[in-house]
Ligand binder design. Structure first.
Ligand SMILES: NC(=O)c1ccc[n+]([C@@H]2O[C@H](COP(=O)([O-])OP(=O)(O)OC[C@H]3O[C@@H](n4cnc5c(N)ncnc54)[C@H](OP(=O)(O)O)[C@@H]3O)[C@@H](O)[C@H]2O)c1
Length: 330
């Protein structure tokens, strides 16, 4: 069923959470090859908070504004991922039908901070695994696809030793689990408050970030996954083994240009947003091999509070926003 109107949260100028506004729009009907999804849950990700505040890594100020918009985001409805229910399908769509429970990843196209969202039927859209709640399902894709992409580019092998900086966030919680699934030995550096969470995700060792400085410790690693821009390749490479890789998820401009040092290299850039990666994450979650960490949850009316929380940089797992009621027994 297609309602006449829907609510969306918009960000029309960069600033604090107070710039966000609830607006009413006509609800679009799906065209050929499209589906209309009633959103049950979404996330406020680190990317949403960055975009709202235009807080970009060093060196990206002007370039970022040229790409995303000079005074506010060009796409004012933020939100990269959703879980929900197909409300209507456009002509020619045979793969989905109204009532199907789905996970959608719109990535850089955003638009999930809304009650309804149109997506291509053949896009990054997968059936919601029955063992995941809608809240968990909403947090599957953003951190998971980034972690998958960087681990693939690092060609992580069984038996390699991985250091994870920022293991408690959306990217970190996925990365710890995906690295373990590939048979790597994972050392995570986290605040004491996140120790139990990270250990429960399978990290072989959890070190207290208040007491441990990996740059001065003797141990070396095959991969250092810096999910939060905690350090730089220049500081990390002495702690890499031969052929070691530094994964810079939040590199600044100088970090993007870091050249290899001998056989050691830095991997940077934007993660690809591949539908097959979302399918792979859903498959792992359905098999019970990948857990989505639900940190704090918020009502749709509280979405600016979720932004304020994410902007603290202390988010655990995913900040979930409940948008509408889940269907019975989905
Ligand atoms: N390249 C890409 O395509 C791509 C894709 C996705 C995300 N990203 C970027 O990756 C970064 C992480 O994303 P996310 O969603 O995982 O973030 P997040 O969920 O907001 O990360 C929060 C976690 O980071 C940890 N943390 C914060 N500052 C830290 C520091 N200085 N040192 C160590 N740990 C720190 C905190 O753990 P403690 O409280 O234990 O310190 C917290 O649990 C963001 O900058 C995002 O923009 C990049």
């Amino acid at each position: 069923m297609i309602p006449e109107t829907l609510h969306v949260w918009t960000c029309r100028r960069y600033g604090g959470p107070e710039v966000l506004a609830l607006e009413t729009r006509p609800c679009p009907a799906p065209r050929a090859g499209e589906v209309l999804i009633r959103i049950v849950a979404t996330t406020v990700s680190s990317a949403d908070a960055r975009l709202r505040s235009c807080t970009l890594p060093r060196g990206f100020g002007l370039l970022g504004r040229a790409i995303f918009g000079f005074t506010g985001p060009r796409q004012p409805v933020l939100g990269t991922e959703l879980s929900g229910v197909i409300a209507a399908v456009g002509p020619g769509v045979a793969t989905w039908q109204p009532g199907d429970a789905v996970i959608g990843f719109t990535g850089g196209r955003l638009g999930c901070h809304a009650e309804y969202r149109i997506m291509p039927a053949a896009g990054a859209l997968v059936a919601k695994p029955a063992n995941l709640s809608f809240a968990e399902a909403a947090g599957l894709a953003f951190g998971g696809t980034a972690a998958l992409d960087f681990l693939r580019r690092a060609d992580l092998r069984a038996g390699e030793r991985v250091l994870v900086l920022g293991p408690a966030g959306a990217v970190g919680t996925a990365l710890v689990q995906l690295a373990r699934l590939r048979g790597a030995h994972v050392t995570a550096v986290a605040r004491a408050a996140n120790r139990d969470l990270v250990a429960a995700l399978g990290a072989d060792r959890v070190l207290d970030s208040a007491a441990h400085d990996f740059t001065t410790a003797a141990e070396t690693y095959d991969v250092i996954a810096d999910t939060v821009g905690a350090t730089t390749f220049a500081r990390a490479h002495p702690r890499l083994r031969e052929h070691g890789r530094y994964l810079a998820f939040a590199a600044d401009l100088p970090g993007m240009r870091a050249r290899p040092v001998g056989t050691k290299r830095s991997i940077t850039g934007s993660a690809s947003e591949r539908p097959e990666d979302v399918r792979e994450l859903a498959r792992l979650a359905a098999a019970g091999d990948l857990r989505v960490v639900v940190g704090r949850t918020f009502a749709f009316a509280e979405l600016p509070d979720a932004h304020a929380y994410v902007s603290t940089g202390r988010k655990r797992g995913n900040a979930i926003v409940h948008v509408s009621a889940p269907p019975p027994r989905a």
